[in-house]
Design a protein around this ligand. Structure first.
Ligand code: ZN
Length: 384
């Protein structure tokens, strides 16, 4: 262990002891006690010199017991261990503290919270969970306890429990709880869809939208559910609402649009892509349109569109050669198509398409919880 760390701790204990001892209005009749203190202090120092820090800690923590006023120094001592990564020691110190009968209510609550943080850092999640539950029962900073519990359940991917915590925080009026609550409900829904429990999925998603009407993720999942059960009108309704209310997520609507319209109303699908491309010249939309034209054997349209893209978007420069080739050899389009679209896809694959509005983290796919700052629904498609 770092020597400096122990020196700081010793100084803290010693100052704490002096403060407790310095009581000018009291008769000085504590000579025996002082001698005992000095002897034990010396023994602790010896252990320290012999590099027996376990025993040293035991002695020094016992010394603090002499004076209940220094319990907060004791808590800080444990925190210091934790922040230095010595979690086992932090746990020992805070556990010792909790075993004492003479703590005030506030001190006990503080010690429980710190011990829970120790467990969390040590990866002893079930013990941390138990202590946070205890904090909630004792009404000891329950909001903080719910926040920590929520983090813990999210880490464990225990989504049902996470939903319970997020719900509590939402009811307590915590900022951001609305988004977290609906995102956790989406997680439950996704899990339910995987295990075939569509009823639970449906209920969770309905609730998610009730809580956060602009939850795009819940909308997208509901579209999938409706498509799976052949409820096309319902899928359409949500699709139209999403494109109207949250147009900034357009990149995520191409797939649902394909599933809803392509086979039944190919004209609507094409119009949709064209309209969106008018508003926003994104590579994804361009690829979808090109693929659509090619599939329908609209070679001339595809060729025109390609040339259009090349004019408007410099990122398609690489296609100039291919286009010149195609202009003089239009019969080759079918053969060249594979190469062209593969090239477009690599171009697309290299690009970050989503950016976190809170911390700037970029990603190729959407992450509903930003892996960098852990904010929910903070990722938005990048402007093309
Ligand atoms: Zn972020």
């Amino acid at each position: 262990m770092d020597t400096w760390l122990f020196l700081i701790i010793l100084a803290a204990i010693f100052i704490g002891w002096l403060l407790g001892r310095w009581q000018p209005f009291r008769k000085k009749s504590r000579g025996v006690e002082n001698d005992q203190f000095s002897a034990r202090y010396a023994r602790g120092l010896n252990y320290l010199l012999e590099d027996d820090s376990d025993n040293a800690i035991k002695i020094f923590t016992d010394l603090i017991e002499i004076n209940t006023e220094t319990i907060e120094i004791h808590i800080a001592l444990g925190n210091l261990f934790r922040s230095k990564g010595e979690v086992d020691r932090a746990i020992k110190v805070h556990q010792n503290l909790l075993a004492r009968p003479n703590l005030t209510r506030r001190q006990r609550h503080m010690a429980i919270a710190e011990l829970a943080s120790d467990y969390l850092k040590a990866g002893l999640l079930d013990r941390a969970e138990k202590l946070y539950r205890e904090m909630i029962e004792l009404d000891a900073d329950p909001i903080q306890a719910y926040h920590r519990l929520l983090e813990l359940y999210i880490t464990e991917k225990s989504w049902q429990e996470a939903v319970e915590c997020a719900k509590k925080l939402y009811e307590l009026g915590e900022p951001d709880a609305k988004v977290t609550y609906s995102q956790c409900l989406c997680e439950v829904a996704q899990q339910a869809i995987r295990s075939g429990n569509y009823r639970l999925a449906r209920n969770s998603l309905d609730r998610a939208i009730e809580i956060d009407a602009l939850c795009v993720r819940a909308g997208l999942l509901l579209i999938q559910l409706h498509l799976n059960s052949d409820n096309l009108p319902a899928a359409k309704r949500i699709f139209q609402r999403l494109t109207r209310e949250s147009p900034e997520y357009m990149a995520l609507y191409i797939d649902p649009a394909r599933q809803i319209y392509l086979n039944r109303e190919p004209r609507v699908y094409q119009q949709f892509l064209q309209q969106q491309y008018q508003r926003q010249q994104s590579t994804r939309l361009a690829i979808a349109l090109l693929e659509h034209y090619a599939r329908n054997d609209e070679i001339e349209k595809a060729r025109q569109f390609l040339s259009d893209i090349l004019q408007k978007s410099p990122s398609f420069e690489a296609f100039e050669f291919a286009l010149r080739f195609l202009k003089s050899n239009p019969d080759q389009l079918g053969e060249t198509w594979e190469t062209l679209s593969a090239f477009l896809k690599t171009l697309q694959g290299k690009k970050s398409e989503f950016v976190c509005s809170r911390c700037g983290y970029e990603s190729h796919t959407i992450q509903w919880m930003c892996p960098s700052c852990r904010n929910w629904a903070a990722m938005k498609p990048l402007k093309p």
